[in-house]
Design a protein around this ligand. Structure first.
Ligand SMILES: Cc1ncc(COP(=O)(O)O)c(C=O)c1O
Length: 384
């Protein structure tokens, strides 16, 4: 049995009202609801960190896959958006966001064609992706040439995550030179992500390890600048956005909604998103079963949290969340209750929309328009 609500007073307590938001009674549960006031508070809080100096915020759309939220971040001063998938990027371009970075290697020709075709019709859009090999570079350059557009490209360097990225500065320099020599590509700098460090609990240790991890990315950027090439470094996360001054463009994402896993590591941001579920069973020992399981609440990073008091997480199955209430009111069968997701990003990726609430009621529905599952399904339904 896993304790799930350490620090429950601080995590998600402000979200209780979302389960009773006026205008939401007609909505079948489970559904995601956000407190738009708290979303704006998080956006403002992050913007404050970029109000002075030359560093810029390029928030990661993978956190919400929602162009409406991305537009709120742009209005809050973001310089553009970061995307994990080409579907997020197309949603951003469709919404009129003019500066889009896909911070992953794209080596699927179908995705490259779709993205660059969309870019060709968004004439003023500035679009970039990352490469970590001559093969990926050739695919990106070929797709850009066929679409007749100039595509930005960053060299990704692996600083410890152990997934994509060149292995050292020399390899990065060679790839950067090849980008600079390509007619269809424009070198936009260095992509480096410290994902293996975002969960380090102690903030000082997290910062120290980030500074050490970024050393090769900084060496690569300096070597590029010395050759007259673009050495802008982009990286960073909700828990590490202020750790490394040389990161010129910060890609934090989760800060906008937060979740149970990130809560402790980035306490200046507040949880703003809850899954609203219905209680379907209550046992005499305080065991409560809700109609929301792993098909609506992601558990890949950590268990969801009960926000109405203290509870222990018993199990999550496909359509059931089982908790044991330890302190606070015991709900009744039929009650609508808010659950704080363990991982907001993967939870949102399973949803089609977020119900945006303010001042006690529903204000607007935020469509998850960058959700690839939905996009791919609609593409399959279209004749070739
Ligand atoms: C490339 C990249 N940059 C930045 C982030 C940071 O995002 P978050 O603030 O949600 O941790 C991620 C998270 O997965 C990422 O993959």
């Amino acid at each position: 049995v896993e304790p799930v609500n350490e620090g429950a007073e601080r995590l998600g307590g402000d979200l209780a009202w979302l389960a009773q938001a006026e205008g939401s009674r007609e909505l079948a549960t489970p559904f995601l609801a956000a407190d738009l006031g708290l979303v704006e508070r998080n956006i403002d809080e992050m913007a404050r960190g970029f109000a002075t100096g030359t560093r810029r915020l390029r928030p990661h759309m993978k956190a919400h896959k929602c162009s409406a939220v991305a537009l709120m971040q742009m209005a809050g001063g973001a310089c553009g958006v970061t995307c994990a998938t080409t579907d997020e990027a197309v949603a951003a371009l469709d919404a009129g966001i003019g500066d889009v970075l896909v911070a992953n290697v794209v080596a699927d020709p179908v995705r490259l064609r779709d993205l660059l075709g969309r870019m060709a019709s968004a004439a003023s859009a500035r679009l970039a992706l990352v490469v970590d090999s001559p093969g990926a570079l050739a695919m990106a350059a070929g797709a850009a040439a066929r679409a007749g557009v100039k595509l930005g490209a960053l060299v990704e360097i692996d600083i410890g995550v152990g997934r994509s990225g060149v292995g050292d500065v020399e390899e990065g320099l060679a790839l950067a030179a090849a980008i600079a020599a390509s007619e269809a590509l424009e070198l936009r700098g260095v992509q480096a992500y410290e994902g293996h460090l975002v969960k380090v609990a102690d903030p000082d240790e997290r910062r120290r390890r980030c500074l050490a991890a970024f050393a090769p990315a900084i060496r690569l950027a300096e070597a590029l600048a010395a050759r007259g090439l673009c050495g802008t470094i982009t990286g960073g996360s909700t828990a590490t956005w202020d750790a490394v001054p040389e990161v010129a463009e910060v890609q934090a994402g989760t800060y906008v909604f937060m979740d149970a896993t990130y809560g402790m590591r980035a306490p200046r941001f507040v949880p703003a998103l809850a899954l609203i579920a219905t209680v379907v069973s209550v046992r005499p020992d305080g065991t409560v079963v809700c109609n929301a399981g792993s098909k609506s609440l992601a558990t890949d990073l950590g268990a969801p949290q009960w926000v109405l008091g203290a509870a222990q997480h018993r199990s999550t199955s496909e359509e059931h969340l089982v908790l044991r209430i330890e302190d606070g009111p015991i709900p009744r069968v039929g009650d609508r209750v808010p659950i704080l997701p363990g991982h907001a990003c993967t939870t949102i990726a399973m949803a089609g929309r977020i119900v945006g609430c303010r001042d006690g009621g529903v204000e607007r529905v935020l469509r998850i328009d960058g959700n690839e599952t939905v996009r791919r399904a609609s593409r399959l339904g279209r004749p070739a």
